[in-house]
Design a protein. Structure first.
Length: 373
């Protein structure tokens, strides 16, 4: 039960409660103009205590809670890029919510933050960038609610602003364009053109470019036509092997034509007197081509093929999109790509699924039309 007293010209309340360890703790707050205002606030605190809210946790600074959350649940579990995304979010919280306690974050505050972040001092950010940042922060707030630290979700039904543009996953080539590109990658190919071989393999498997860069001789099985994907190459910082993005390994089957093309390069690399010390298949004179060099080779091939210029990441999305449009199950594609779960695959390729839905709608109608004799 709250007690109230007047101190000078303002009122304050005091609530005694017992924490999870059975220790008695007081909650006090003053500065209210009237007793009625103090009572409204005290009633809210007592209600939250009654439904199990951990008011002590709610009192911590938002940025302190977020730091603890990412280091408990996120940092070190995924890729270095993902880690950096969460660490960058810490800086945003420090900038836009200075001195704010976890319990003090309101929906208006959060919407204002996203709006200003999107506007970026007049240089509007891409909508997808704003959405990713929102996702990284809102997940922590939802966990705070699940843990009983706060009651209301200030990120619920928030509006995302920013420049419209194609998502990375929407940048892909269709099957006809892929044939044109593949022909150009093969046209005049030499065993010294490592970038071309890497792009062909990426198109045929949907591998991440970091996974292709990490492939060792032992990872190829030419007898049964598959590639064992068990690591990535950190080309940004450590320049060494690291776990795959979701720390899962997978075996990906590859068509015989692609494997025969890879065998030519594989045998050439294996026969060289100076081998890469890490036994990486695509290392030329000890160095695997970097992403800029790979993308440069791809842009040139796209230009010669007369198709839209894309980056190597689009090869992964092209692979997945072609499989989807040719009737391969979403569950299998998710496993083949190394996604954490099928929901990620469905969200990433929602644009392709919509196209399939429209196609299936007509096919379904035709099925029942043909029942009539």
């Amino acid at each position: 039960m709250a007690s109230f007293r007047k101190r000078g010209k303002t009122w304050q309340y005091r609530i005694n409660y017992y924490d999870e360890n059975g220790k008695r703790n007081p909650i006090e707050k003053g500065g209210f103009r009237t007793k009625a205002e103090a009572k409204v606030e005290a009633d809210r605190i007592e209600y939250e205590l009654g439904i199990g809210v951990n008011v002590n946790k709610a009192e911590q600074l938002f940025v302190d809670y977020y730091k603890h959350w990412i280091h408990t649940y996120k940092i070190g579990f995924y890729s270095k890029d993902t880690d950096n995304y969460y660490l960058n979010a810490v800086g945003l919280i420090e900038k836009y919510f200075p001195g704010k306690k976890l319990k003090e974050i309101k929906k208006d505050d959060y919407q204002k933050f996203l709006n200003e972040y999107a506007e970026n001092d007049g240089d509007m950010r891409a909508k997808e960038t704003v959405r990713k940042t929102h996702t990284k922060i809102s997940a922590a707030i939802r966990d705070a609610i699940a843990n009983g630290y706060i009651v209301h979700d200030p990120t619920y039904k928030i509006k995302i602003r920013g420049k419209e543009g194609a998502k990375d996953s929407e940048k892909y080539l269709d099957e006809e364009e892929s044939i044109l590109l593949l022909n150009e990658l093969l046209n005049g190919i030499k065993t010294t053109y490592a970038s071309r071989y890497m792009l062909i393999l990426q198109l045929a498997t949907g591998m991440r470019i970091s996974e292709v860069m990490a492939l060792q001789f032992k990872d190829f099985n030419f007898l049964h036509n598959y590639v064992d994907i068990n690591k990535s190459w950190d080309y940004k910082e450590t320049l060494d092997f690291v776990p795959t993005k979701n720390r899962e390994t997978r075996v990906v089957t590859v068509d015989k034509k692609t494997m025969s093309i890879m065998k030519e390069f594989y045998d050439f690399q294996l026969s060289k007197k100076i081998a890469d010390s890490k036994q990486r298949v695509f290392a030329v004179d000890g160095e695997v081509p970097g992403v800029p060099a790979i993308n440069k080779a791809l842009r040139r091939a796209c230009k010669r093929a007369g198709v839209e210029e894309v980056t190597s990441h689009a090869m992964r999305h092209t692979h997945a999109s072609i499989l989807l449009l040719n009737g391969v199950s979403l569950a299998y594609i998710s496993k083949r790509l190394g996604h954490k779960d099928i929901t990620i695959t469905a969200n990433t390729y929602s644009h392709v699924l919509k196209e399939l839905e429209a196609r299936s709608e007509k096919e379904s109608a035709d099925v029942f039309y043909n029942i009539y004799r």
